[in-house]
Write a protein that binds this ligand. Structure first.
Ligand SMILES: [Zn+2]
Length: 125
């Protein structure tokens, strides 16, 4: 049974597993909701797994302005190579990945580099 989800940059073909969808009950929130097992501790959903949070933050910084999606396990069947997005796993370990260089973001420069397709989509909001 396919259960895992993957955070994917559609522009770069990179991503990593978020784990499976799990029930989460936050303190002081009445409803039960869902989260990803790779991000949070099931016994204490307020406890974010530090290394995964760092990986997500680094990923979002590297791929800002790119199209980011959360896709279910099995998406490989739609790719040419069949191993997408595991191509991301070119790093030996997470610490090696976190050591990759990220240039200081410049929001004004980023604003001028937004893809025209994104601008057209934004016009519909
Ligand atoms: Zn990207």
């Amino acid at each position: 049974m396919l259960q895992d989800y993957t955070l994917v940059c559609m522009d770069c073909g990179e991503g990593f597993s978020l784990g499976e969808a799990i029930f989460i009950k936050y303190n002081s929130v009445q409803e039960i909701t869902y989260g990803y097992s790779a991000i949070t501790n099931n016994d204490n959903p307020w406890s974010i797994l530090e290394l995964k949070a760092a990986q997500i933050q680094h990923f979002l910084m590297q791929h800002r302005l790119h199209e980011i999606r959360v896709l279910p396990q099995g998406v490989e069947k739609y790719t040419g190579s069949g191993d997408f997005p595991s191509s991301y796993l070119r790093y030996d370990n997470i610490k090696q990945y976190l050591a990759t260089k990220v240039k200081k973001p410049q929001p004004d420069v980023d604003l001028n580099n937004i893809n025209q397709c994104v601008i057209e989509t934004l016009k519909g909001f």
